[in-house]
Structure formats: structure tokens, C-alpha cells
Ligand binder design. Structure first.
Ligand code: NDP
Ligand code: 2IT
Length: 453
């Protein structure tokens, strides 16, 4: 980057910081994208004149609302809910809903911003949005979760619609919560439309949506390895998280011959030197989805494995491949250095922005195969897009066809990253740059077509 571009970048980021004070995650996500985009648009006047990046980094709108619900003891509880509609230049707003105590406006704005580029990369017509609440589903009964979801949807319904904004799941929102929310939407509006994705198969859901994010993350890894003449077979793999994305990433990695050594949750990680095979993954799915238990229980169930508590993260375990699949900023610069020192050759992000900015710079500098979440975890929203198509046409596609679509979409995203991610004087690919530019270009060109809106 030329010095003048760098000065412009710092001035731009200072403005973003000023306008979004107290929103560090949002500023971080904008900076990561801007670092690549400033360079790319340096000689492209229309993107400057029309202030495209500045406009993408200003959500179209942010709705914030009160969500009241009654717990099982009859106490009235008050939570905050949000929907951030970031950009609908290329399609209806689309993106998940997160229920977690750490949810803030900053977190949802960063997620909606990232989603805008991710959705563009899929090649499907979807804009970017995200929503959620600081509600903590842990330890709540099914009825409490149901009452919360119904109350949340009682406000949200007026902001969404099959051609307006189509939410889905994310952390703390899976099939159970989508069912409660879709039921309430249908009841309020008296309409049966594809307003949410990740629905149950009985009421308009798509096959393989549940698996798609984790599988897609490993397909992206497979594409990166194939590009350098290698494969997943025989690789040692460290995975973080133990939810929807982590368990399905582990499952696909095992199917392709990888040896998965770790999984984690917010309390710590388990290390199983014998490898976490399909039987063990099935046990974890049951633990997490049905019993809603903790990953520490794994070490009591499977001999030879260890649990490392106090919120420990798995990045010190030597491996060929790391798949961060839990949450944002779960892998920092020092941990990235440890992974590189231990010989990691590839990192494919199942989570959104799991690597902090220092970590991103470490991986970029080491020139390892490093796929950012907006490329690697796009398989989930891609199959959500396919669910929307099936709902509009009122049909259900076969599993084999959907599997092929997912493979093709992930290969297409990989190709787009390669197209824009070449490093001058090197044969290696900067996937972060490739994803940022390819995602930006599609949205930016649509915005140019609309003029100033
Ligand atoms: P789940 O709720 O199914 O699982 C989340 C996992 O991450 C749990 O193991 C959870 O542990 C852990 N986790 C959550 N917050 C923290 C934290 N603050 N510190 C440490 N661990 C934490 O969510 P998903 O698997 O759906 O989502 C995981 C990531 O993937 C998120 O970044 C999400 O945005 C991203 N993603 C999800 C998609 C999807 O289709 N579901 C699509 C694309 C990206 P615990 O139980 O202790 O909270
Ligand atoms: O971060 C994400 O891409 C998701 N949580 C999935 C969004 C979706 O609309 O399927």
C-alpha cells in the first residue's frame, strides 16, 4: 500500500471510530476489509466519488427493541433485541439471529457488515443483515425459550419478510428457536412464506442446511489444499467450539480422512489424542442439542482424553490445520504465532471473525493457507439461499442435488478468492484480500448502478 493510501485509510478508520464510538467489533471488521479495499480502489475513481465503502460501512438501518418475557417462576424479564439491515444492494437482507449474553449493537453491526460481503461471494442474490438479543438460552427451560422467541418475533415480524429480510440461526439459535419464531410469525401475519431459513424439514426447511456451514468450511479447506496439490487426508486438525458449525466441520474433516484432536466451549477444550471419530461426534451432538450439557463431560466419557478448563483455548495443540468454529476474537496474535511455530499449514474459519486483527496479520505474513470466515463459512447462508429458492417455488430439492450445489458454491467462492487474492511476486494466495475484494466488487457495482441512494 502506498503511503498516501495508508494515510487515507487511517483517516477513514478514524471517522468510522468517531461515528461508532464504543463499538470495537464493528470498527475491527471495517478495518480488516478497508485494509484491502483501499489498495484495490486506489485507481478506480467511481468507487471514491460515490463513497461506496463509506456507505457499505453505514447500515441501512438498525432496529433496537425491548423484549419482555415471563420465566418459569413468574418473574418478568427484560432483554434487548436488534435487527441490523446493513445492505440490500444485491438482494433481500439475509443473515442469522444470535442469542447470547455477549450480544451488543457493535457485535451485530460487525456481523451484518461481514454478512454483506459473504452473501455476495456465494453468487446468490442476498443482501446482508443480522439480528439477535442478549438473552442467554443456557439453563432456560424449553418453555422459557419458547416464550422469549415468541416475544422477540412479536416485534421483529414487522421488519422482515420473504422479499425484505430473511433471518436464520446463529449462536444460540438452532432448529428449536427457529421453530418457535416461525410459528409466531405465521400466527401474527397469517402467512406461510419463506421468511426464515433453517426451518424444520416438515415445514419448508431444506435438506443439508444444518450441516452446510461446517461441511462448507471443510470444502473450502479442501479447495485450498487441492490448489497446492494436497488433501485433508491424514491431517491433524484442531477445532474450537462444539456447536452446529464445529461438530459438522469435525464430521466432514473425519469423513475426508482428517484426525480431529480438539473441540471446545466457553469453559475450556477437550484434547483427544486418539482422534474424535464419528461415534464421538454423534455423542457430542446429543450432549449439546438434547441434554444441553458441557464439553467437559467428554473427558469423563472417553478414556485417554483430557479437559483443559478455565476457558482455555485449543491453539497450543500442535496441528496441520486449525478450524476456529466458536466465536469472534477467539484466536489472538500470540496464539496465531504459536500455531505458525507449531507448523500449521492451513486455517479455515467456521466462525465469523474468530481471528483478531493481530492474528490476521500473523497468518497473512506467514503466507499459510488462511481462509477468512466470510469465504469459508458461507456454505450455511448459501444453503439458506437455496432454501429461499425452494420456498418460492414451493418444492423440495433432493439431498444429492443440494450437496452438489454446496460443493459448487464453495468451489466458486474459492475461485473468486484466487482471482483477486494473488500476491505480487509470489505464487501464494491471500484469501483475505481475495474475499474482501470479490465480495466488495459485486455489492459496489450494484450500488453504482443505483446512483446515490
Ligand atoms: P452454536 O450456538 O451452535 O455453538 C456455539 C459454540 O461456540 C458453542 O460451543 C459455544 O460454547 C461456543 N461459544 C460461543 N460463545 C463463546 C465465547 N464467548 N467463548 C467461547 N466459546 C463460545 O453456534 P454455531 O455453531 O451456529 O456458531 C458458531 C460460529 O459460527 C459463530 O461465529 C457463528 O456466527 C458462525 N456461523 C454460524 C453459521 C450457522 O449456520 N449456524 C453460519 C456461518 C457462521 P458455549 O456452549 O459454552 O457457549
Ligand atoms: O453467519 C452466518 O452466515 C449465519 N449465521 C447464517 C445466516 C443465514 O442466513 O443462513
Amino acid at each position: 500500500m502506498a503511503t498516501s493510501d495508508h494515510v487515507d485509510l487511517e483517516r477513514f478508520i478514524a471517522g468510522v471510530e468517531k461515528r461508532n464510538s464504543g463499538q470495537p467489533e464493528f470498527v475491527q471488521a471495517v478495518r480488516e476489509v478497508a485494509e484491502d479495499i483501499f489498495d484495490f480502489i486506489a485507481d478506480k475513481a467511481p468507487y471514491h466519488e460515490y463513497q461506496i465503502l463509506r456507505r457499505i460501512a453505514e447500515p441501512d438501518r438498525v432496529m433496537s427493541f425491548r423484549v419482555c418475557w415471563e420465566d418459569d417462576r413468574g418473574n418478568i424479564r427484560v432483554q434487548r433485541g436488534w435487527r441490523v439491515q446493513n445492505n440490500n444492494a444485491i438482494g433481500p437482507y439475509k443473515g442469522g439471529i444470535r442469542f447470547h449474553p455477549s450480544v451488543t449493537e457493535s457485535v451485530l453491526k460487525f456481523l451484518a457488515f461481514e454478512q454483506t460481503f459473504k452473501n455476495a461471494l456465494t453468487g446468490l442474490p442476498m443482501g446482508g443483515g443480522k439480528g439477535g438479543s442478549n438473552f442467554n438460552p443456557k439453563g432456560k427451560s424449553d418453555h422459557e425459550v419458547m416464550r422469549f422467541c415468541q416475544s422477540f418475533m412479536t416485534e421483529l415480524y414487522r421488519h422482515i419478510g420473504a422479499d425484505t429480510d430473511v433471518p436464520a440461526g446463529d449462536i444460540g439459535v438452532g432448529g428449536r428457536e427457529i421453530g418457535y419464531m416461525f410459528g409466531q410469525y405465521k400466527r401474527i401475519t397469517n402467512e406461510f412464506t419463506g421468511v426464515l431459513t433453517g426451518k424444520g424439514l416438515e415445514y419448508g426447511g431444506s435438506l443439508i442446511r444444518t450441516e452446510a456451514t461446517g461441511y462448507g468450511c471443510v470444502y473450502f479447506l479442501q479447495n485450498m489444499l487441492k490448489n497446492v496439490g494436497d488433501s485433508v487426508d491424514g491431517k491433524t486438525i484442531v477445532v474450537s467450539g462444539s456447536g452446529n458449525v464445529a461438530t459438522h466441520a469435525a464430521e466432514k474433516a473425519v469423513q475426508l480422512g482428517g484426525k480431529v484432536l480438539t473441540l471446545s466451549d466457553s469453559e475450556g477444550f477437550i484434547y483427544d489424542p486418539a482422534g474424535i471419530d464419528q461415534t464421538k461426534i454423534d455423542w457430542i451432538k446429543e450432549l449439546k442439542n438434547k441434554r444441553r450439557g458441557r464439553i467437559s463431560e467428554y473427558a469423563r466419557e472417553f478414556k485417554g482424553s483430557e479437559f483443559h478448563g478455565d476457558g482455555a483455548r485449543p491453539w497450543g495443540v500442535a496441528c496441520d490445520v486449525a478450524l476456529p468454529c466458536a466465536t469472534q476474537n477467539e484466536l489472538n496474535g500470540s496464539e496465531a504465532k504459536i500455531l505458525v511455530a507449531n507448523g500449521v499449514m492451513a486455517v479455515s474459519e467456521g466462525a465469523n471473525m474468530p481471528t483478531d486483527l493481530d492474528g490476521v496479520h500473523v497468518f497473512k505474513q506467514a503466507q499459510i493457507l488462511y481462509a477468512p470466515g466470510k469465504a469459508a463459512n458461507a456454505g450455511g447462508v448459501a444453503v439458506s439461499g437455496l432454501e429461499m429458492s425452494q420456498n418460492s417455488a414451493r418444492i423440495s430439492w433432493k439431498e444429492a442435488d443440494l450437496q452438489q450445489h454446496l460443493l459448487d458454491i464453495m468451489a466458486g467462492i474459492h475461485e473468486r478468492c484466487v482471482e483477486y487474492g494473488g500476491r505480487p511476486g509470489s505464487t501464494t494466495i491471500d484469501y483475505v484480500r481475495g474475499a474482501n475484494i470479490a465480495g466488495f466488487k459485486k455489492v459496489a457495482d450494484a450500488m453504482l448502478a443505483y446512483g446515490v441512494v
